[in-house]
Design a protein around this ligand. Structure first.
Ligand code: PHE
Length: 454
């Protein structure tokens, strides 16, 4: 176990384990399910460019800042802020993070449940030979049936709780190390099949050719939200993981490596999906069902497609699981450290509470689908509020904290491991967290509220 940090806190055992766990959190449904569907609804190429800009100019600095806070604070987000800024209200960021964790788990685990259904449906051969409209119908009927998605949700929530019960090292590390490379290879195979379908060029054009006339305040806000969501930043997941990172690890380069990997996976998922969408006659703006309808279509056109599809949905479930555990860990670390519950009690309590909200969320796409607020069902509402509002807001306060409140010397100590590492990027990083990131996030908010016009 850990021997270099200053207390007996559970921690990741090696550099590879850190990267694997953080990448496990970042890489998941956000890349493979959400990125294609949100890009598809927001115009493709232009969205991609703005998204990339936000990842590099804002996302990586926010991730680095979360690591700094977590490793300096050695606690859950709430506790870390309390410790680093006693008597100041920064801990509210931690509270918002716990709230966001509940909300994200409710809809994210819902979609994770869909991956289990699609694994099961592949196993029983029900997806084979179906065309685009049959696959669409099947997806809709599945959601509206209500009963199956609730069961799968609960199964997935159970897995998540179970892994969290076994603790950071045994639970989180083990499951993230091996399986991601296989998922990566499968995604590449999907890309190859997708771009070699007849009529696929239109899809590549859609994804890579920016039509700047499509940029609206909504597109910009969605791109910011997707960048935050995909990198798992803005709500304290990576403060929590940062608190488990050894004193000898390089925080800046870890953030960089994970963010690049995460972004590559999203783009690769886009290359797998969009050419097939156009080749098989679907619409890129099909919403949350996009990948569940398109992917089975591509697999059908591959030799041994059903076998690959089975492997794919099982790995996608694992990728989702390494993300849900990172979100649940935020709540559990908070309950255990601040409300002095045992980890076991905290996990059970958190799992049960999330399940209540989650069941309502699942049903909001089924029997409760006619209940909407501002045109969004509960699922859509939770997704919008967390990724587009709460995470960027959390990120805004995190960079302001590091840029303007926390001691620059302590930030430097964390990023250089007390002078043992070189961190040539430090001046750029400080400039971004002080000026660029806060101004950019604030501008996106004002712009999307219609207060600022470009
Ligand atoms: N980044 C994860 C994904 O892309 C989702 C996530 C969001 C995880 C926020 C933790 C916190 O799948």
């Amino acid at each position: 176990m850990d021997n270099s940090s200053d207390n007996s806190r559970d921690s990741f055992s090696s550099r590879f384990a850190v990267i694997a766990a953080v990448a496990g959190s970042a890489i998941g449904l956000g890349n493979i399910w959400r990125f294609p569907y949100v890009a598809g609804e927001n115009g493709g190429g232009a969205f991609l460019i703005i998204y990339l800009l936000f990842v590099f100019a804002i996302g990586i600095p926010v991730m680095t800042s979360e690591f700094v806070i977590g490793r300096a604070g050695q606690k859950n987000p709430y506790g870390s802020f309390r410790k680093l800024a006693p008597g100041q209200p920064w801990y509210l960021i931690g509270i918002m993070g716990v709230a966001a964790a509940f909300m994200i788990l409710a809809f994210y685990t819902t979609v994770s449940g869909w991956t289990l259904e699609y694994f099961y449906q592949t196993l029983t051969g029900n997806l084979a030979g179906k065309n685009d409209s049959e696959l669409t119908l099947m997806f809709d009927e599945f959601l509206q049936g209500s009963y199956r998605p609730v069961i799968w949700f609960l199964v997935f929530m159970g897995f998540t709780g179970f892994i969290i019960l076994s603790g950071v090292k045994n639970g989180i590390e083990r499951y993230t190390k091996m399986l991601m490379p296989i998922l990566f290879v499968l995604l590449i195979a999907l890309c190859i099949r997708s771009v070699t379908l007849e009529g696929s060029m239109a899809g590549l054009n859609f994804l890579f050719y920016p039509d700047f006339s499509k940029i609206t305040p909504k597109v910009i806000l969605e791109a910011l939200g997707q960048a935050f969501f995909s990198l798992s930043i803005g709500m304290g997941t990576l403060i929590t993981y940062g608190s488990y990172i050894n004193k000898s690890e390089n925080l800046g380069s870890s953030a960089m490596a994970v963010s690049i990997a995460d972004t590559m996976i999203a783009v690769i998922a886009g290359v797998a999906i969009f050419p097939a969408v156009f080749a098989l006659g679907g619409s890129p703006a099909s919403g949350t069902g996009l990948v569940f309808i398109v992917l089975p279509g591509i697999f059908q056109k591959m030799p041994l497609g059903q076998v690959f599809q089975l492997i794919f949905f099982s790995l996608l479930s694992v990728a989702a699981l390494t993300s849900t555990i990172s979100v649940l860990e935020v709540i559990v670390a908070y309950l255990a450290e601040e409300l002095k519950m045992t980890r076991r009690k905290a996990t059970i309590a958190a799992t049960l509470m999330v399940s209540v909200l989650g069941i309502v969320t699942v049903l909001s796409m089924g029997s409760l689908r006619n209940f909407t607020i501002a045109g969004k069902n509960i699922f859509g509402m939770l997704e919008f509020l967390t990724s587009n509002i709460m995470l960027p807001l959390g990120g805004l306060f995190i960079v302001i904290f590091i840029g303007w409140s926390f001691s620059p010397q302590r930030t430097k100590d964390e990023l250089t491991n007390d002078g043992k590492l070189k961190a040539g990027y430090l001046p750029v990083y400080m400039f971004i967290v002080r000026f660029v990131a806060p101004v950019a996030i604030a501008m996106v908010f004002l712009y999307s509220l219609g207060i600022l016009k470009l």
